[in-house]
Design a protein around this ligand. Sequence first.
Ligand SMILES: Nc1ncnc2c1ncn2[C@@H]1O[C@H](COP(=O)(O)OP(=O)(O)OP(=O)(O)O)[C@@H](O)[C@H]1O
Ligand SMILES: [Mg+2]
Length: 352
Amino acid sequence: MSFERDLVSPDAEGDERNIEAALRPKRLDEFIGQARVREQLSLVLQSALRRNRPPDHVLMSGGPGLGKTTLSMIIATELSVPLRITSGPALERAGDLAAILSTLSEGEVLFIDEIHRMARPAEEMLYLAMEDFRVDIVVGKGPGATAIPLEIAPFTLVGATTRAGMLPAPLRDRFGFVAHMDFYGVAELEEVLHRSSRLLGVTLPDDAATEIAGRSRGTPRIANRLLRRVRDFAEVRAEGVITRDVASAALNLYEVDAEGLDRLDRAVLGALLRKFGGGPVGLSTLAVAVGEEPETVEVVAEPFLVRQGLLARTPRGRVATAAAWTHLGLVPPPDAFGASLLIDLGDDAEQI
Ligand SMILES: Nc1ncnc2c1ncn2[C@@H]1O[C@H](COP(=O)(O)OP(=O)(O)OP(=O)(O)O)[C@@H](O)[C@H]1O
Ligand SMILES: [Mg+2]
């Protein structure tokens, strides 16, 4: 058994990058949600513009699909400066980074995506560049090698990472501003969906937007993706008209449920409840029960289940919460939790 993850994966899949580029907000006031980050960043940018100096280096931290790349591009646009884009994995050798740094123009924004994946020598070169706008070019090898300092134009580094914890402290400390990107609320995702539907030229009623937003796992990228699937469904089956029922039928067809769980999520939860009485059960036992690798269960399914309060990781193993039983319409056995936690699920709940 294997599961299609494309629909609710927070990572960009296939040619999605191109589609996304068209939906990216270009200015700060078009960027939806993240009110605190937006306000903080707006201050940083405005004061830099006033002083006519490049702003402090900015670190964007947050899960995939929450808008880090989008916001980085906005920074360059708002400052009216060019943007240079690279990524941690592309900077294998210090020379790769030196080539970029030495050709930056004054005030340019250098965006390093996945900055936590940069190789060590490049990282050390970056420290000096961030702090003193200088790089040391090493000439020669062995004991005769000399470092020639080279001045570079003052620039702004914008780093993005999904794993801020993996950044070495000296690097983290050199960012003057850290933008923590959070998951989006349903109302914010509705706004994202309305904006995207205008750009895609489709009519999206409010209640249909609510339906899609609720299943989007707090992530604009997923919201936009579900919107495209709903549009396809409406074109083929509903003469292009999106209603709440059409949206709901489309997403049911793609097996994305009302809380945004997909087949793998429900399989994991279902096995935990039906086969192991709600746990505790070890990760590998649970993975075998759904025919998946333990890593897939741990990395792909569990974080969202934990965030939704449906599953808990305990030292004794994985445990379902009361909400998990409710979500799958099952009645927990009397000994599943303390008796006080038992919930009445009504007559139509499936008995296990
Ligand atoms: N605040 C927002 N308002 C409107 N659209 C957004 C917002 N944030 C993200 N999006 C949309 O979601 C998509 C993904 O955003 P983006 O590529 O910036 O995410 P990311 O955090 O860089 O993801 P990754 O970690 O995978 O690089 C883009 O198409 C963008 O248009
Ligand atoms: Mg990105």
